[in-house]
Design a protein around this ligand. Structure first.
Ligand code: PHE
Length: 453
C-alpha cells in the first residue's frame, strides 16, 4: 500500500487492485442469488432488458459520479459530503446523504449475512454428499428443512458476521486485495463449468428463451422498480461503498474506464448465473418464481448429477461465500470508517460495534423464514421489508442524490478535472446522463411504481 498525504487511508496499490476490490464489492449474492430469483419472480426477458438499460443509463453514470465524489472528498461518506459541499458552496444538508448511505449499508448487511450463511451451510451439505443423485423434490425438502431451523440459520449467520468483522479489522489493504484477486477468477471459472453442464440439459433453450425473450405483458410498475433497485444493489451503488473505494483511488487512474470494467464484469456474472439456473429450472420441473430459495433448490440438482459434482459443489459454495464476504466488507466499511473518523473509535472497536449491531438486526431475517414467517407488514415478512426498502428505495434515492450533487451542485470544472475524460464529448455525454437521464429515470420509475404514472 502506498501512503500519500492526499488521503487519510492510503491508496490502492494499483489500478488492478482497485478494480478487483470494486468488483469484489459488486459481485456477490446480488448476482448469483438475487438476480436469478427476482428475474424468475418478474417474468424473465422483459425484466432482464429493463435491468440492462438501468445499468447502462443510470448505473454506470452514477457509479462514475460516486467514485468521483469519493476521490475528491477522500473521507468517510459523511465527511466527504461535508468537504465537497464546502468546496461547492452548497447546502449543508448534503451531509445527510452520507448518513443515509451508512444506514442503508448496515440494513443490507443484516440480511446479507444470513443469506451468505446459507451458502456456508451448503458447503457442508455439498461436502457430506447431501446432493447425491438429488431430484427437485429432494433439494426442495433439504432447503425447507434447513430454513425451518432458526438455530442453524443463527449459527451460520454468526460465522459469516464474525468472518466479516475479522477481515475488516485487518484494514483495507491486507484484508481485501489479497483474497479477492484469487477468488473472483475462480468463481468465474466455476460458473462457466456449470454453464457447460446446463447446456447439456433438455431445458437449455427454454431457459434461454425465458431469460432473453422479452414479453412486455409480464412487466409491471413494480417490476420496473425492482429492476432499477437491482441495478443499484448489484453495482453496490447509492450507499457510500463506491465512495469509500473511490477515496482510495490514485489520482491518475481513469474513473470512466474502471467503472465500465467493473459494471461489465458484474453484469456478466449475473447473466451467467441466469444462464445456469433457468435451464435447470425448466429441465427439472421447478418453479421459476420459487423465491429466495431458487439457487439452493436448483444448483444442488446439478451438483448431485454431474460428473465431479461433489467437488464442484463444495468449491462453488466456498466461492459464493467469498464473493459474499468481499461484498459484506464493502457494506460495513462506510459505517466502520465513520465510527473511526468521527467517533474516535479504534478500528477494532468500530468493527465489533457495527458487526454486533448488524448481527442483532439479522435475527429479524432469520426468524422471517421460520418462527415469524406469519408476521407480515403490508404482506411482507421483515426480511422482505428490509430488502424492499433498502434495494428499491434507499439505494435509488441515494443514487438520485449523488446524481443531483455531481451534476448540479458540484462545479463542472471540478467534475471535469476529476473525471479527466479524453474527449470533451465524453464529458458532455456523462453530464447529460447525470443531470437529466439518471435523475429522471429514477423519478419516473418511482412515480410509476406508486401508480401515479
Ligand atoms: N453488490 C453486492 C451484491 O451484489 C451487494 C452490495 C450492495 C455491496 C451495496 C455493496 C453495497 O451482492
Amino acid at each position: 500500500m502506498m501512503d500519500t498525504n492526499k488521503s487519510q487511508h492510503g491508496e490502492w496499490s494499483s489500478r488492478f487492485a482497485f478494480i478487483m476490490a470494486a468488483t469484489g464489492s459488486a459481485v456477490g449474492l446480488g448476482n448469483i442469488w438475487k438476480f436469478p430469483y427476482i428475474t424468475g419472480e418478474n417474468g424473465g426477458g422483459a425484466f432482464v432488458l429493463v435491468y440492462l438499460l438501468c445499468v447502462l443509463l443510470v448505473g454506470i453514470p452514477i457509479m462514475m459520479a460516486e467514485t468521483m465524489l469519493g476521490r475528491r472528498g477522500r473521507k468517510n461518506p459523511i465527511d466527504t459530503m461535508i468537504n465537497l459541499n464546502t468546496e461547492a458552496a452548497g447546502d449543508a444538508n448534503w451531509r445527510y446523504l452520507g448518513s443515509a448511505g451508512i444506514i442503508a449499508g448496515f440494513l443490507i448487511l443484516s440480511y446479507y449475512s444470513v443469506i451468505a450463511g446459507w451458502a456456508g451451510a451448503y458447503v457442508i451439505k455439498a461436502f457430506t454428499g447431501s446432493f447425491f443423485s438429488a431430484d427437485a423434490t429432494a433439494t426442495k425438502a433439504l432447503f425447507d428443512n434447513f430454513i425451518a431451523s432458526p438455530m442453524q440459520l443463527i449459527f451460520w449467520h454468526t460465522v459469516f458476521m464474525v468472518a466479516t468483522m475479522l477481515i475488516v479489522m485487518r484494514g483495507i489493504s491486507h484484508g481485501l486485495e489479497k483474497s479477492v484477486r484469487f477468488m473472483m477468477p475462480c468463481l468465474f471459472g466455476l460458473m462457466i463449468l456449470l454453464l457447460a453442464y446446463a447446456m447439456t440439459t433438455k431445458g437449455y433453450f427454454q431457459g434461454l428463451h425465458f431469460l432473453f425473450y422479452p414479453d412486455f405483458s409480464k412487466l409491471t410498475g413494480k417490476s420496473v422498480l425492482v429492476a432499477l433497485g437491482q441495478a443499484f444493489f448489484s453495482l453496490g451503488l447509492g450507499m457510500g461503498a463506491v465512495m469509500i473505494y473511490g477515496a482510495y483511488l490514485p489520482k491518475e487512474v481513469s474513473i470512466a474506464k474502471t467503472t465500465v470494467i467493473v459494471a461489465a464484469a458484474d453484469t456478466l456474472v449475473a447473466l451467467l448465473a441466469g444462464l445456469v439456473i433457468f435451464p435447470l429450472v425448466f429441465s427439472y420441473g421447478l418453479n421459476p418464481s420459487a423465491g429466495p430459495g431458487l439457487i439452493f433448490e436448483t444448483l444442488p440438482i446439478a451438483f448431485g448429477n454431474m460428473p465431479g459434482g461433489w467437488l464442484f459443489g463444495v468449491l462453488f459454495f466456498i466461492m459464493l461465500v467469498f464473493a459474499a464476504l468481499s461484498s459484506s466488507i464493502a457494506l460495513i466499511e462506510p459505517a466502520v470508517t465513520w465510527l473511526i473518523e468521527c467517533k474516535g473509535l479504534s478500528r477494532e472497536q468500530a468493527c465489533v460495534r457495527a458487526g454486533l449491531a448488524a448481527w442483532g438486526l439479522g435475527l429479524a431475517t432469520v426468524f422471517s423464514f421460520n418462527s415469524w414467517s406469519g408476521f407480515t407488514i403490508f404482506g411482507n415478512t421483515l426480511f422482505e421489508l428490509i430488502d424492499y426498502l433498502t434495494a428499491n428505495f434507499m439505494l435509488p434515492l441515494g443514487g438520485l442524490a449523488i446524481a443531483v450533487f455531481a451534476g448540479w451542485v458540484m462545479k463542472p470544472a471540478h467534475s471535469q478535472e476529476e473525471l479527466a475524460l479524453p474527449e470533451p464529448l465524453h464529458y458532455q455525454i456523462w453530464q447529460w446522463l447525470i443531470r437529466y437521464i439518471a435523475p429522471a429515470a429514477v423519478f419516473l420509475v418511482f412515480l410509476h411504481a406508486i401508480g401515479v404514472l
